[in-house]
Design a protein around this ligand. Structure first.
Ligand SMILES: Cc1cc2nc3c(=O)[nH]c(=O)nc-3n(C[C@H](O)[C@H](O)[C@H](O)COP(=O)(O)OP(=O)(O)OC[C@H]3O[C@@H](n4cnc5c(N)ncnc54)[C@H](O)[C@@H]3O)c2cc1C
Length: 381
């Protein structure tokens, strides 16, 4: 049996997240975006309400909620504001490799820190290596009981506010993907230098910057899982979890844009009636709603697979690809519904459209998702 209804508890969490965004996020989102201000206070408040990093198990101090619960919250936070949604998620992205492959000590220490409100960042991308992870240059070389890390990471969300980093680096350069290892690096380690905040097109309140590692010493106890050369699978497994969250964020941002478009279309009159009564506009609005619903179902299906312990690579890629492209279409259509006002920063749909683009780029571009989907399906036919 497939049950599409939310439980009482899930509806309560959803309503709490929605109310939080109505009060704390939506009234501030324009100012955060204009100033490029990281919403640290709102993130702390969301943490206190129990809305962040909710899948961290109870034994490490977390709420131990399901991935489906997490998706419900992610949708609401990005319906509040897309940049806020991303700023409230980078910590979980960094936590997944520890959750799926870390030792008990690593989980207890670093997931424990996250559960207590500390932030973390996921450092994989480099200036010359994004989609092509095998081209990474960062290396970790064994020296006594430590590893010494050298390299530069780029485009790291939340780097300026992180307490620790998950870092993917080569421990065996000759072995390709099989020579990559994951490390947990405390952000105050000597030799770490943060780059300046990037001036991004959208989601401008989210912090994105480079991180340089020069002779950064990390104890061997911070090699994720205590195993050399197991980093690739672990980092990729993290994406199976985080891609549905990006999809949920895209659904939330699209929903926010659709809500704005409906409100405007019902009050804006042209040729003697509200524009929502013109068929071409009402069909745009109807298509927005269908696309959002379809993306949400793909997202929840991927989340449900993860909660059932299934391999979710295909479902996560379907959800991320479809929801990211859908969000770009829906937010662009929302601008169209508002006409000239949609093009102005005075209305939030412009911010939502700018904020939509990144879903097609980070955590694997839409092209990379299609490659994963075709690779996963090839053997089935
Ligand atoms: C705002 C922002 C936040 C980010 N946050 C993080 C973070 O927290 N941590 C992190 O590690 N990284 C992060 N990233 C990096 C992000 O994951 C990469 O930008 C993304 O993976 C794409 O890599 P790239 O930019 O190097 O593009 P490239 O890999 O150079 O791709 C350029 C274009 O070529 C296409 N392409 C590449 N290879 C193929 C192929 N084989 N077939 C078809 N098309 C292909 C891509 O789809 C894309 O359209 C962030 C990026 C941004 C902009």
């Amino acid at each position: 049996m497939v049950d599409f209804r939310l439980s009482e508890e899930q509806m309560m969490i959803r309503d709490m997240a929605r109310e939080f965004c109505d009060e704390e996020v939506i009234p501030n989102a324009e100012e955060w975006d204009k100033g490029g201000t990281y919403p640290l206070d709102a993130i702390s408040k969301a943490h206190e309400l129990g809305l962040l990093n909710v899948t961290i198990p109870e034994k490490y101090g977390g709420a131990g909620m399901s991935t489906v619960d997490e998706m419900i919250i992610c949708e609401e936070l990005s319906r509040g504001d897309p940049g806020f949604g991303t700023a409230s998620y980078h910590t979980m992205l960094a936590s997944f490799p520890i959750l799926t492959g870390g030792t008990e000590e690593q989980k207890s220490e670093y997931l424990g820190r996250v559960a207590s409100g500390k932030l973390a960042a996921y450092c994989v991308t480099e200036p010359d290596a994004g989609s092509d992870v095998q081209s990474l240059k960062t290396e970790a070389v064994r020296d006594g009981d430590d590893y010494v890390i050298n390299g530069s990471k780029a485009w790291i969300s939340g780097a300026g506010y992180a307490d620790w980093f998950f870092v993917l680096a080569y421990t065996d350069k000759e072995a390709g993907y099989g020579g990559l290892s994951g490390f947990i690096v405390d952000a105050d380690s000597p030799g770490i230098e943060l780059g300046k905040k990037e001036e991004n097109m959208g989601q401008r309140c989210s912090d994105t910057r480079g991180v340089n590692f020069t002779d950064v010493r990390v104890p061997e106890s911070n090699l994720v899982g205590g195993v050399e050369n197991g980093g690739w699978m672990n980092a990729m497994k993290a994406f199976d979890h985080s891609r549905p969250a990006v999809a949920a964020a895209a659904v939330g941002n699209a929903r926010g844009a659709m809500e704005e478009a409906w409100t405007y279309a019902k009050q804006r009159k042209a040729f003697g009636k509200p524009i929502s009564k013109h068929q071409s506009i009402s069909f745009i609005l109807a298509d927005m709603a269908t696309k959002i619903e379809a993306a949400r179902l793909l997202t929840l299906s991927a989340a449900n697979a993860l909660d059932s312990g299934e391999k979710a690579t295909l479902k996560s890629a379907h959800a991320k690809r479809f929801a990211a492209d859908m969000c770009m279409e829906v937010t662009t259509d929302a601008v169209q519904v508002l006409g000239g006002y949609g093009y102005s920063e005075e209305y939030p749909v412009a911010r939502r459209m700018r904020g939509a683009k990144i879903y097609q780029i980070f955590e694997g571009t839409s092209q990379i998702q299609r490659m994963i989907i075709s690779r996963e399906l090839e053997g089935s036919f």
